[in-house]
Design a protein around this ligand. Structure first.
Ligand SMILES: [Zn+2]
Length: 307
C-alpha cells in the first residue's frame, strides 16, 4: 500500500468514526420533564440512550413555575415530555401549546403523564368551590413524596420510551428492573429506620406529604397553611400551637421555597423542630437523585424524632 492510499484510508477512517459518533448522538431521545425527580427517573430508565432536561429546578415550587421562552425552545426539540400530572404542573400545558410540537401533545407517543396508575389520595368527593383554597380536583398531586411511587412513574416513562424507540425497549426494561431492585432494598431500609416512629404526629407547611406519611405510618395533624396555597393568619397559628402541644408534635416539615416566618414562631412556642424537607431532587445539594432525596429526608427526620 502506498503512502497516499494509507493517508486516504486514515482520513476516511476518522471521518467514519466521527460520523459514527455523530449518528449515535443524534439517536439519543430528547426528553423534557417538568420536575427534577422525573428527570432522574428518565435517566434511570433511558440510560445513555436519552438526553433529559427538567424545566423546573429542585428548589422551585412545582405548582408555580414561571414560563420562559427557553422552555418553549426545549419543548420544540423534544421527542418526549414527562409531567407529574394531576394538575400539579399545569403551567406546562401552555408551553406545550406554544411549542407546536406534534410529538409531545396530549395523546401523542411522546406524551407521558407519570401519574397513571398512582393510587390517589384525597380525591374530592364533594363539589369544589373557591373557598376551599387551591384544591386539586384529581386528588393530592404530591405522590412522588412516596418513594414507592417510582414504580408506576418509571412504568409510565418506560412505556413512553418503548413507544418512541421499540428497538431499545428491552434495554429500557432491564434498566428499570435493576433500579426497582435497588429501590425495594432502599424502601426496606427506610421502613426499618422509621418503624419505631410509627404513629408520630407531625405538622407540615403545605399539604404535600400525605403519601410520605402513609408510607411510613406518620399522622399529619395540621398544616401551617390553613388551606392549600393560603398563608396562615395569626388566629390559625394560635390554634395550631394549641393542637401541637396537645398532640406532642415534634417536627414541622417545610419545603425550601416556603416562608419560614410563621413556622419559626410556632416552633418557638411548641419546642418543635423545623426540618427543611426538599420534595424534589436538587432541592438541597445532598439530594442529587431520587434515592438520595429520601436518604436525606429520612435521616434528618429519624434524628429529629429520636431527640
Ligand atoms: Zn400542593
Amino acid at each position: 500500500m502506498n503512502r497516499i492510499k494509507l493517508k486516504l484510508l486514515l482520513v476516511l477512517g476518522t471521518a467514519f468514526l466521527s460520523l459514527g459518533s455523530y449518528t449515535y448522538g443524534a439517536e439519543k431521545i430528547n426528553v423534557v420533564t417538568t420536575t427534577t425527580d422525573l428527570a432522574d427517573l428518565v435517566k434511570v430508565v433511558g440510560g445513555e440512550r436519552v438526553k433529559v432536561i427538567s424545566l423546573s429546578k429542585g428548589n422551585q415550587d412545582p405548582h408555580f413555575v414561571e414560563p420562559k421562552p427557553s422552555m418553549v425552545l426545549e419543548l420544540k426539540k423534544a421527542d418526549m415530555l414527562v409531567k407529574i400530572g394531576m394538575d400539579l404542573d399545569m403551567w406546562v400545558d401552555g408551553l406545550i401549546a406554544a411549542a407546536r410540537n406534534s410529538k409531545i401533545i396530549y395523546g401523542a407517543k411522546g406524551y407521558v403523564d407519570a401519574s397513571v396508575g398512582i393510587e390517589r389520595l384525597e380525591v374530592p368527593k364533594e363539589k369544589i368551590d373557591g373557598s376551599m383554597g387551591d384544591i386539586h380536583i384529581y386528588g393530592n398531586p404530591h405522590y412522588q413524596t412516596d418513594p414507592a411511587s417510582a414504580r408506576p412513574m418509571t412504568k409510565n416513562i418506560l412505556d413512553g420510551l418503548c413507544r418512541i424507540s421499540p428497538q431499545n425497549c428491552q434495554y429500557f426494561k432491564d434498566n428499570r428492573q435493576k433500579y426497582l431492585k435497588k429501590l425495594d432494598e432502599k424502601i426496606d431500609t427506610w421502613t426499618t429506620m422509621m418503624t419505631e416512629f410509627k404513629g408520630s404526629n407531625i405538622v407540615t407547611y403545605h399539604n404535600s406529604w400525605p403519601y410520605f406519611a402513609r408510607r411510613f405510618g406518620l399522622n399529619v395533624v395540621e398544616h401551617i397553611e390553613p388551606k392549600p396555597g393560603i398563608p396562615p393568619s395569626p388566629a390559625h397559628l394560635s390554634k395550631l400551637i394549641k393542637v401541637m402541644r396537645e398532640k406532642e408534635v415534634k417536627v414541622i416539615l417545610i419545603e425550601p421555597y416556603f416562608p419560614l416566618k410563621g413556622c419559626k414562631m410556632v416552633a418557638e412556642k411548641t419546642g418543635a423542630k423545623i426540618l427543611i424537607f426538599p420534595p424534589s431532587v436538587g432541592g438541597v445539594k445532598e439530594a442529587g437523585t431520587f434515592l438520595e432525596l429520601f436518604d436525606y429526608n429520612i435521616n434528618q427526620l429519624v434524628k429529629a424524632l429520636a431527640e
